[in-house]
Unconditional design. Structure first.
Length: 121
């Protein structure tokens, strides 16, 4: 049963990363590209960036802690950068601390797997 759920989590994390990368990229477009995107989407790039960030955040909330490994850590770091750029410094620090905790959890799991592999051999 763990297989399909992990596959679902992996797919969710990859979508999460794409959403977050797009949210961050939309914050720093040059003027011609910004105008084109605003015209094509019929909304400001700030609104687009915010919607992408919220979609990534909502999807991220559905994942259990530790799901996604380093890709999840990357998404959390990108979220912290997005928040900082938006001027939400305190929220950015909170996102950064969650990213650090997730990275620690990934490292602890990798170390435990290493110890188990050494014990078996």
């Amino acid at each position: 049963m763990d297989g399909p759920r992990e596959t679902g989590a992996s797919i969710a994390v990859s979508h999460l990363s794409v959403l977050q990368i797009c949210a961050n990229a939309t914050q720093s477009l040059d003027a011609p590209l910004r105008q084109r995107l605003q015209y094509d989407l019929a909304e400001s790039t700030a609104q687009t960036s915010s919607r992408l960030f919220k979609a990534a955040d909502n999807l991220g909330r559905t994942l259990p802690s530790g799901a996604g490994g380093l890709y999840r850590v990357m998404q959390l770091l990108l979220a912290a950068a997005w928040l900082k750029t938006e001027g939400q410094i305190v929220d950015g620090w909170h996102a950064l601390s969650v990213a650090v905790r997730e990275a620690q959890e990934c490292g602890q799991q990798a170390f435990a797997d290493y110890l188990n592999a050494e014990t078996v051999c």
